[in-house]
Design a protein around this ligand. Structure first.
Ligand SMILES: Nc1ncnc2c1ncn2[C@@H]1O[C@H](COP(=O)(O)OP(=O)(O)OP(=O)(O)O)[C@@H](O)[C@H]1O
Ligand SMILES: [Mg+2]
Length: 258
């Protein structure tokens, strides 16, 4: 379980988050929404230990993230998959290298394992066909083509899938998605949401999804948290969110009806 306890964060004189409490339930999907600049990415970065809160604590599996030594933090990060905002693939690395870079950095040199893992995660996001359906030869051909592709050869939707696949390496217990559908057309967004649901079902992961997309929230969320003016103004299930009479939430929902 993840527990965010009373955290505050500023950059210089600018307050970003103030006294935020949040419970992330195990095995569930929590969506975090809020305007651009409301501190959603900053919140996730603190949970994974990339940024430190000015005040307050974050607990993951009952460990206080801020107290962890480098080595322990890396150990914890192995349980976490992070789908970065905007995919954040390395432009000069091909798909295979992008996928296994994390394993390589952790000292893994078992090429066969890396290749099997890359195939597993790229199949999970449906960038590779089922071997049973197309046969071994065709599968191998498709794999050879895909693994050598550079990010510049990929469409926006494919990049998001590779970003998703990269987060699945090593079968994490926690997955953090930072705007996985932003910039995609509605059909592709729905496919990505479908994948998030499948991953959730199959791997029983605990997920946090930052999104601007209300349709995504309704499709994937078990729970919703809303950040607004440095505060968490709402935390509840989807029905409670739909029926909320908090003005900022009503306004957000109204915009989607137009
Ligand atoms: N490392 C940093 N140093 C200084 N300011 C930062 C840093 N990271 C984020 N900020 C600022 O903190 C605020 C919140 O940023 P954050 O990226 O969390 O917003 P967000 O809610 O994720 O927005 P978006 O929806 O546009 O991604 C912004 O004003 C941003 O400029
Ligand atoms: Mg962000």
């Amino acid at each position: 379980m993840i527990r965010v306890s009373n955290i505050s964060k500023s950059f210089g004189s600018k307050n970003i988050l103030r006294n935020i409490d949040l419970e992330i339930e195990s095995g569930k999907t929590t969506c975090i929404i809020g305007k651009s600049g409301s501190g959603k990415s900053v919140l996730i970065k603190q949970i994974v230990g990339l940024l430190e809160p000015d005040e307050g604590d974050i607990f993951v599996d009952n460990q206080k993230v801020i107290d962890l030594q480098r080595k322990e933090l890396f150990k914890l990060r192995e349980k976490m998959g992070y789908v970065f905002q905007g995919s954040a693939l390395f432009d000069s690395y091909n798909v295979f290298e992008n996928i296994v870079l994390g394993l390589y950095e952790r000292g893994n040199r078992d090429f066969e394992y890396m290749e099997n893992e890359a195939i597993r995660v790229l199949s999970a996001v449906q960038l590779l066909p089922e071997i049973e359906e197309v046969g071994k030869e065709k599968f191998q051909k498709e794999w050879e083509i895909l693994k050598a592709k550079m990010p510049s050869d990929l469409s926006g939707g494919m990049k998001k899938r590779v970003g998703l696949a990269r987060a699945l390496v090593g079968e994490p217990e926690y997955i953090f998605y930072d705007e996985p559908t932003t910039g995609l057309d509605p059909v592709t967004s729905e496919q990505i949401d479908e994948l998030i649901l499948q991953i959730q079902k199959k791997l029983k992961v605990t997920s946090i999804v930052i999104t601007h997309d209300l349709f995504s929230v309704y499709r994937i969320a078990d729970k919703v948290a809303v950040l607004h003016d440095c505060n968490k103004i709402f935390e509840g299930n989807v029905d409670e969110f739909k029926n909320s009479d908090i003005p900022a939430i009503r306004e957000f929902q109204e915009r989607y009806k137009k």
